[in-house]
Design a protein around this ligand. Structure first.
Ligand code: NAP
Length: 289
């Protein structure tokens, strides 16, 4: 990689960001296509967010990804928000377009593309989504438009109900959304005729790899199981789904696809998905050593 006076600088802000896979994923894509871009990480605490965005303007950084804890707060410092970011109330990508900072969210499109990449197009399907936190919210507004039926189950049922209400307020009654508590009883009822199960809770994530949000007896062949957790890459939920022959999609695929969508916003060039996927897998394996 050759850095010149014309190199466009992109990066990630958040706290913590030291273990992010994004530099490997993005730089592999820039290198592969011979684009004069570079991607770095910038640890930014809550107190420094406003100054960091002012710095983006004054230094002329071309693009940023935004992660915890800034995804909601950052919107107030930008000049414009794209429609989806506005609806979701979250920004994970900023483009510096001739001095004007535009906020986007690529989590939803990342989830959609990850499902399609895994051979599971959600169009016209019944989706059962577990969780009502930040990740769940970011992908709900995209997946619900494709789905025939959308059910949100969360440990704190009030949060699931609020998310369902927000979706209905935005999309009207055409969005077939229901919400409830994440219990075995509700899972059993909703999974009987579901096509896609999405885990957007943190259950099963390192260091709690032995946990699963869904008892294996509730899984069945024909159900696509998509787990957003990517540490470990194969969660207990995905392993048990694969054991009964169900199709699985892992969280790394979503991470790469949402990064690819950011890459496309910054460069206007189609992202080299397989190159990015390989870089992500390699980096994840190396960080575990
Ligand atoms: P968050 O805002 O903190 O939400 C956490 C969610 O998990 C909430 O719905 C919470 O339920 C639920 N939860 C936590 N512990 C639980 C338990 N013991 N039993 C049942 N539910 C539990 O986090 P987030 O940002 O949405 O992230 C959620 C997961 O998605 C994380 O593992 C994260 O790494 C992953 N993620 C992956 C990607 C990707 O690109 N693959 C992107 C974003 C996030 P309550 O509301 O009841 O607390």
């Amino acid at each position: 990689m050759k850095i010149s006076g014309k190199t466009r600088v992109c990066g990630l802000i958040g706290d913590p960001v030291e273990h992010s896979l994004s530099p490997s994923i993005q730089n592999a894509a820039f290198d592969h296509l011979g684009l004069d871009y570079v991607y770095a990480v910038f640890p930014v605490t809550r107190n420094n967010l406003k100054r960091a965005i002012a710095g983006m303007r004054s230094l002329g950084l071309h693009g940023l990804n935004v992660t915890m804890p800034h995804k909601t707060e950052v919107a107030r410092y930008l000049d414009e928000l794209d429609e989806t970011a506005k609806n979701v109330g979250s920004v994970n990508t900023i483009l510096n377009s001739n001095g004007s900072l535009i906020g986007y969210t690529t989590d939803g499109i990342g989830a959609l593309r990850a499902l399609r990449h895994g051979g599971a197009d959600p169009s016209g399907k019944k989706i059962v989504l577990l969780g009502a936190g930040g990740a769940s919210r970011s992908l709900s507004f995209t997946l619900v438009r494709a789905a025939k039926e959308f059910v949100i189950l969360n440990r704190t049922s009030g949060k699931a109900e609020r998310l369902a209400r927000d979706i209905t307020t935005l999309l009207g009654d055409s969005a077939k959304v229901a919400a409830g508590r994440l219990t075995d009883e509700n899972l059993e009822k909703e999974l009987t005729d579901a096509d896609i199960l999405v885990n957007a809770t943190s259950v099963g994530m390192h260091p709690n790899e032995q946990k699963t949000p869904v008892d294996r007896k509730l899984l069945r062949l024909g159900l696509v199981v998509f787990d957003l957790v990517y540490e470990p890459l194969e969660t207990r939920l995905l392993r048990e789904a694969a054991e009964i022959g169900a199709k699985t999609v892992n969280g790394l695929s979503m991470l790469v696809h949402q990064g690819a969508a950011s890459f496309e916003i910054w460069t206007g060039v189609k992202a080299p998905i397989e190159v990015m996927m390989k870089a992500a897998t390699r980096e994840l394996a190396e960080t575990k050593q």
